[in-house]
Design a protein around this ligand. Structure first.
Ligand code: F6P
Length: 447
């Protein structure tokens, strides 16, 4: 079997390599199970100075060899924080107004892509299949081709791709699009993303084509987590604490794309419109801090603190807190067990590549009492999850009505909806996603 070379900015940290956490890492881990694999990327460390000769750290766990390099402070600021997460991220999530455009960051973004190519090229062997991931690395394929790498190279974009009318607000959009020609296969999450990217290729006269490869989770492993989580003392503690009150749950990285202020306003509207639920329901929002040095993420945190405080101050009682809000991550087993315990989940991003939390929520439920998924129409997962309660995340009244409907839904309706959702979650998995992408890449005839 050929060796698979995965390249992504984020590589599972050493402590997580046996059981990685986080969407992309978990999906890829399930995906690479069947291949000898080299996984190349950023070590997650910032190194001092302007290190021309920075060390490559190599570590093998099972069939995967991890090869990582550090980034200097300047690279971290310009490549990761600046261009990737301060410019491309908001733009691809249809939020051009949040871009902090800087040519200086662009230059560093390009130089880190060249650095990745230069350090990866000597590690490549004949017949390797190279799979590059996400917006941090749009130009990596071209940088590898410039070094005369002839291997098959594929690219998968995990986040949305906006219409060309929006994308072109990036001054170098055409150059980025042209760089994508270096890839043999270009994959995106949804039909909308493919339509948008192919429209851009057509407008620019670029002979390339994006194809849809929807990502999934490893549902068996998540269902096992939910079962194992049943014995955790924290679960029993929460269960006792609820004293029969239904639990509403939300789990998201702290990111403005997740629609958190809008969601909280939706919950406030729910408490206002349905006063019978005051004191009778618990909403647990788990929102680990992410990209905390990017200014927009800092202001989001301040905004969330304010809204949560306002809701708790307005509706709270001496023995009831309407929103329980955490900003630290919880272990997967515990999350899965909380999912199983809950009556409803709020997954309401304003825009999302796929959203694997929605699929994990379904995988964690049990047939005796499945919870209801409330899902944004703008998550990439929505077209295949129409048995969730689909909402427009901007509309707090619609969120309020969906919460009411979820909490009053009969067991038979919950079961019917869950069975259908479940079929899809078990049909499109992380493994099937990877298999179909790698098969497409293997079919390509190299020049
Ligand atoms: O899914 C998009 C993505 O940027 C992944 O590439 C990444 O693993 C995840 O979000 C978390 O983001 P970050 O690596 O910036 O913490």
């Amino acid at each position: 079997m050929r060796r698979l070379v995965i390249v992504s900015n984020r590589v599972p940290a050493v402590r997580d390599r046996k059981q990685p956490a986080g969407g992309l890492a978990v999906a890829l881990r399930a995906a690479v199970r069947d291949h000898p694999c080299l996984w190349f990327g950023w070590s997650g460390q910032q190194i001092a100075g302007d290190c021309a000769d920075r060390p490559l750290s190599v570590d093998t766990v099972g069939n995967v060899t991890y090869a990582t390099i550090g980034l200097t402070h300047k690279e971290y600021n310009g490549f990761y924080q600046g261009y990737s997460n301060g410019i491309l991220w908001p733009l691809c999530h249809y939020r051009a107004g949040l871009m902090n455009y800087s040519r200086h960051d662009l230059q560093i973004y390009n130089s880190v892509n060249t650095l990745f190519a230069t350090r990866l090229a000597p590690l490549l062997e004949q017949d390797d299949v190279v799979w590059v991931h996400d917006y941090h690395l749009f130009p990596l394929g071209k940088a590898l081709r410039d070094l005369k790498i002839k291997a098959r190279i594929g690219f998968f974009l995990h986040i949305p791709f906006p219409p060309w009318s929006l994308m072109r607000s990036l001054p170098e959009a055409a150059t980025l699009m042209r760089a994508l020609r270096a890839y043999d296969v270009i994959g995106v999450q949804t039909e909308d993303d493919a339509r948008n990217m192919n429209e851009a290729f057509a407008v620019l006269g670029i002979p390339a084509k994006a194809r849809v490869f929807p990502i999934g989770i490893d549902p068996d492993s998540f269902a096992t987590c939910a079962r194992e989580g049943q014995n955790l003392p924290q679960l029993q503690h929460l269960q006792q604490d609820l004293r029969g009150k239904p639990l509403i749950i939300g789990v998201d990285r702290m990111d403005y794309s997740k629609g958190l202020p809008e969601r909280l306003r939706g919950y406030a509207t729910f408490l206002k419109r349905y006063p019978e639920y005051r004191g009778k329901v618990v909403y647990l929002q788990i929102t680990p801090i992410s990209r905390g040095s990017v200014p927009e993420y800092q202001s989001l945190r301040a905004e969330l603190d304010k809204i949560v405080g306002h809701i708790n101050g307005t509706y709270g009682q001496f023995d009831w807190t309407p929103v329980r809000y955490l900003t630290h991550p919880l272990p997967r087993e515990l999350l899965a067990a909380f999912f199983q315990l809950s009556s409803a989940a709020l997954v309401t991003p304003l825009r999302d590549g796929m959203n694997l939390v929605a699929k994990e929520y379904v995988a964690a439920q049990m047939p005796d009492n499945p919870g209801t998924l409330i899902l944004s129409r703008f998550a990439g997962a929505a077209p295949d999850m129409e048995d969730a309660l689909l909402v427009n995340p901007h509309d707090s009244d619609e969120i309020a009505s969906a919460l009411h409907k979820a909490l009053s839904m009969s067991l038979s309706e919950r079961l019917v909806r869950w069975e259908r959702l479940r079929t899809d979650v078990w049909r499109v998995t992380a493994a099937s996603w990877a298999r179909s992408f790698i098969a497409a890449l293997s079919e390509v005839r190299t020049a």
